[in-house]
Design a binder for this molecule. Structure first.
Ligand SMILES: [Zn+2]
Length: 441
């Protein structure tokens, strides 16, 4: 029997027109549910003069007010404690607490019911199936299971697929590598930062070549690295494995995935989510490919604390081509390329940390770690880039190409500081490589 390439063949290959109708129906349903059950949302929509009967077609959706993270923060710790009045179900129906990582401020609490939790793992099942996970896989999850949603739903989805899941919870990095070796694990999930960190520890502290271990596929999330081609290549070379990207968020869900045909692009799961891209300047919705904007997203089936037209601040753009894998779900070109709140202007030019990462990781003589510090001398912005030289590589070997590539890819000049391999900070989960000191003054 020929193997089924899709997790849900009906939805993943549905014609766009039909998909849009499905999205509209689902939007109407979740909007009505939320309007009737969340005091917070109802008062927001009432002040905008919108009721459920006003959503008659796809165009009407654009008039629904957006939700910002700060709005969710402002209601929490109120009744029903601790979530506040966006909660659409009785408190006793909540089965799971999670919170955002708080990288951009006070963490936001996220309640889910059991139905929501099953929905989370269903969304992740699309991701894993598309990336080649099958029941025969033994999946190792090197993740500190805690209050962050991170790979929890990936764990359950892998079980749902029939894979054998090994939770690598409180083990340290060396113990995790030994466990992968001992059990011949075939797949794993982690942030790009940690995938590279594990490879570094295996090679340089344990004398184990990770490419000789049995891992053949890796799913990354939490950072954009797996959609940055030079970072993807470093991970794939180190582990001798295919590396795939996935993007999701605590308040949203697991909304996108890279398939095995689309290097550095991600399908939006359009059966479960409605993604709109808003032009940052005109605030109009961008319909076609080729223009970057920020993502406004609706989770079409999430019920406890709904996510309706949430301003994610992720910068994305539609790809122009359909994917050769046969999925009709549209593709985000190059994955999530940045966030509207960390794409900062330096000397009047937009600086994207992902573009710097792309350059640093493409140069063979440099280590995986780097740090960018933006500050001000008088009125002039300055950017310092700290990089590590690999052993036996000198500054002269890399300086010309590094400066040249940075100028071409980012249109900015840098003061570059070179460090010995191993001297910049290492991170276990998400890295903090970008520092803007101007904001403090
Ligand atoms: Zn595809």
């Amino acid at each position: 029997m020929k193997e089924q390439p899709f997790w849900n063949p009906i939805l993943e290959t549905m014609q766009q027109e039909k998909l849009k109708t499905l999205q509209l129906r689902k939007f109407q349903r979740i909007f009505k549910w939320t309007y009737e059950n969340s005091k917070f949302h109802k008062s927001l929509y009432q002040s905008a003069g919108i009721t459920p009967s006003d959503i008659r077609n796809y165009e009407d959706i654009k008039h629904v007010p957006k939700i910002e993270k700060s709005m969710m923060r402002s209601i929490q710790n109120k009744d029903p404690f601790p979530y506040g009045d966006a909660l659409c179900v009785p408190l006793e129906d909540v089965s799971t607490f999670r919170q955002t990582s708080g990288t951009t401020g006070q963490p936001v609490y996220q309640p889910d019911t059991w139905q929501d939790w099953e929905w989370w793992s269903e969304c992740w099942a699309y991701v894993l199936w598309a990336q080649g996970y099958r029941p025969k896989d033994r999946v190792f999850i090197p993740f500190g299971y805690n209050i962050f949603v991170a790979f929890w739903a990936g764990h359950y989805a892998a079980e749902k697929l029939g894979c054998e899941v090994v939770p690598g919870g409180v083990l340290d990095t060396q113990a995790r590598i030994l466990k992968i070796k001992e059990l011949h694990a075939s797949a794993m999930m982690a942030t790009p930062t940690y995938i590279l960190r594990m490879a570094d520890v295996a090679k340089n502290k344990m004398g184990i070549d990770p490419s000789e271990l049995s891992i053949d596929k890796i799913t990354c999330a939490g950072e954009p690295g797996a959609s940055i081609s030079s970072t993807k290549k470093r991970m794939e070379d180190a582990w001798g494995a295919k590396v795939f990207d996935h993007s999701g968020a605590t308040e949203i869900g697991a909304w996108s995935y890279e398939c095995d045909r689309q290097p550095c692009g991600m399908h939006v799961n359009e059966a479960m989510f409605l993604v709109e891209i808003e032009d940052i300047n005109t605030r109009k919705i961008i319909e076609g490919p080729g223009i970057k904007g920020k993502m406004i997203i609706t989770a079409l089936d999430r019920i406890a604390q709904p996510c309706i037209r949430f301003d994610s601040k992720d910068i994305i753009e539609w790809d122009s081509k359909p994917c050769s894998c046969g999925r009709t779900f549209r593709v985000i070109k190059g994955g999530v390329t940045g966030r509207s709140d960390d794409i900062t202007k330096v000397k009047g030019v937009l600086l994207s940390p992902a573009a710097i990462e792309e350059v640093v990781r493409s140069i063979k003589g440099l280590g995986d770690e780097f740090e960018v510090v933006v500050d001000k001398q008088g009125d002039v912005d300055r950017i310092k880039l700290k990089v590590e030289l690999l052993p036996e590589v000198s500054k002269q070997d890399v300086e010309f190409i590094l400066k040249d590539q940075l100028r071409i890819k980012t249109n900015l000049g840098y003061r570059i500081e070179y460090y010995d391999y191993g001297s910049l900070p290492r991170y276990e989960v998400k890295a903090k490589r970008f520092k803007d000191l101007r904001k403090k003054h």
